[in-house]
Design a protein around this ligand. Structure first.
Ligand SMILES: Cc1cc2nc3c(=O)[nH]c(=O)nc-3n(C[C@H](O)[C@H](O)[C@H](O)COP(=O)(O)OP(=O)(O)OC[C@H]3O[C@@H](n4cnc5c(N)ncnc54)[C@H](O)[C@@H]3O)c2cc1C
Length: 505
């Protein structure tokens, strides 16, 4: 007779950074009422990575699934709204485009808007794609308002994310998780005991001598991969050939410029800088390739670009772009930086944590451990990481810059086959390779392709028949509607004030 599998009794989360507390809050919420204990070990002495302030729109679903009130969240984490990312100097020095969380124009007569736009551009050459995006028009005017649920409204054509203080978000989630019964254990793990027969993790031992046993271990210990790598040797796949940046310096500063509803990523000679405006300060960082610039010069480049006085000493970070070969090994699942890190461009890391939590909950194991669970989790996460990887590499390889060794490398490097195929299809036919789901869908790819001056050679034959006067009038209407709708939105700072007042009131 088959043995009846026994349910999990104790889940131990190792690490209290954003990944650890997101996992704790989500598991505690989902498993509430079940006899499954959840604990989290973290070490104040080690601390967290202390960066990770920009997000993608999916985080709103994470927060709302946990019953988080948006106004309270915004006020507590000093958050601002994000309609997209402005990329400066990526195609050529002096270029600027915004990758918005929303669509460009509207498809008509079975032809995608991209091809109507290409047709008009071919005829008279003077239409900017961003004129047909409401979120871009709003972002350029520093305006923000919540999207409409009415699909007939132009205000339903975009989404939004947040820019927040990562430390405050961690604390916010910790309060929530502890309220839901998660037990926090303070201490530094110094040893991991494996079961001799299965090789699974049995327990971890803290510096105090305390030993903690569990059935399932969530490794959220950051870059070191305390369990997944140091104890279980999952292996690491480096993507540095395509993503040469391997260091970062972060430094917040006083806010001087307008409170923009978007993140800015400015390409420099040997990397790029981020600017993330929060309510109380601006987060800045320089992500760079150590093969092309030394640390002192990288720090100077960051300081030179600060808009206000620095508010902290520089936080220096090193990383290797890539991912663990297996993110679930035995009874250990890695999330966050312990699972991998592609690089901060496009702010994907927190979302990958969210995806991994969702996948784990779908495949929540018994104590009997079915290797199928781990295989499926690893397959799904590999796919997500590779899709994000290709999208990030696109920003580097689709450059025309020839002013520094980094950009010369990126412009001429060999690409993963999966990306080379996507790029060729877009360049030749204006087709965005279809993927059913994933983090970045068609409008995102179009934003970066066109923003970095990759314009398809051929227009969809169906678009060739349109009467050009009618097309020009249609496009002028659409651009006018976007401009007017954007101008009618509140200023971002005013909308934030009203949200904060609602949270207090
Ligand atoms: C330069 C940079 C910029 C980034 N920007 C973004 C961004 O804009 N958007 C985004 O989504 N992501 C971003 N990320 C990624 C983001 O910071 C992380 O995904 C997120 O903070 C989660 O980190 P973590 O919790 O996995 O690791 P960490 O924050 O490093 O937490 C690790 C935890 O493990 C604990 N720990 C480690 N070892 C032990 C031990 N021996 N005993 C006990 N506890 C231990 C630590 O104390 C800590 O609590 C960025 C990352 C970098 C490097």
């Amino acid at each position: 007779m088959p043995v009846k599998p026994t349910p999990l009794q104790h889940i131990l989360i190792v690490g209290g950074g954003t990944a650890g507390w997101m996992t704790a809050a989500a598991l505690a919420h989902k498993l509430a009422g079940l006899p499954i204990r959840i604990s989290l070990v973290e070490s104040e002495e080690i601390g967290t990575v202390g960066v990770g302030e920009a997000t993608v729109p999916h985080i709103r679903f994470f927060n709302s699934a946990l019953g988080i009130d948006e106004a309270e969240f915004m006020r507590t984490t000093k958050a601002t709204f994000k309609l997209g990312i402005e990329f400066r100097n990526w195609g050529r020095v002096g270029d600027s485009y915004i990758h918005p969380f929303g669509a460009f124009g509207m498809a008509e007569d079975g032809v995608s808007f991209l091809h109507w736009w290409l047709r008009a551009r071919e005829a008279d050459g003077n239409h900017a794609l961003e004129d047909f995006s409401l979120p871009v028009q709003a972002a350029r005017r520093n305006r923000f308002g919540p999207p409409s649920q009415d699909p007939r409204s132009l205000y339903s054509t975009y989404s939004y994310a947040y820019q927040f203080d990562a430390t405050l978000y961690g604390r916010f989630l910790r309060t929530l998780a502890e309220r839901l019964g998660v037990q926090r254990i303070e201490g530094r793990i110094v040893d991991t005991a494996l079961d001799g027969a299965s090789g699974f993790i049995r327990s971890v031992t803290l510096a105090s001598g305390q030993s903690v046993e569990a059935d399932l271990f969530m490794d959220c210990s950051g870059f070191r991969g305390l369990l997944i790598e140091q104890a279980l040797s999952a292996g690491y796949e480096s993507w540095q050939h395509w993503l040469p940046c391997d260091r970062a310096i972060a430094m917040p500063c006083e806010s001087v410029e307008d409170l923009t509803p978007y993140t800015r990523a400015t390409a420099l000679q040997a990397g790029w800088t981020w600017r993330i405006p929060l309510q109380h300060r601006v987060g800045n960082g320089h992500v760079y390739a150590s093969a092309f610039i030394d640390d002192a010069a990288a720090e100077q480049a960051l300081r030179d670009g600060l808009e206000g006085a620095p508010l902290a000493e520089p936080n220096r970070l090193r990383f290797l772009p890539g991912k663990r070969r297996r993110q679930w090994v035995g009874n250990c699942v890695a999330l966050g930086l312990a699972a991998g890190f592609i690089e901060p461009l496009e702010s994907t890391s927190i979302h990958l944590v969210q995806l991994a939590i969702g996948k784990l909950l779908e495949l929540l194991p018994y104590r009997g451990w079915d290797p199928l669970d781990a295989a499926e989790f690893n397959r799904a996460m590999d796919l997500e990481y590779e899709r994000v990887r290709d999208f990030i590499i696109l920003h580097y390889c689709a450059t025309q810059r020839d002013d520094s060794p980094l950009w010369n490398h990126c412009r001429t490097m060999s690409l993963p086959d999966s990306l080379a195929h996507k790029l060729e299809l877009f360049r030749e036919r204006g087709v965005v390779v279809n993927q059913r789901d994933g983090m970045f869908l068609e409008p995102s790819w179009i934003a970066v392709y066109v923003g970095q001056n990759i314009v398809p050679c051929r227009v969809d034959p169906l678009a060739a028949w349109i009467e050009l006067d009618r097309l020009a009038a249609r496009l002028a209407d659409m651009a006018g509607a976007c401009r007017q709708a954007a101008a009618a939105m509140p200023l971002h700072c005013e909308y934030l004030r009203s949200i904060n007042a609602a949270a207090v009131g």
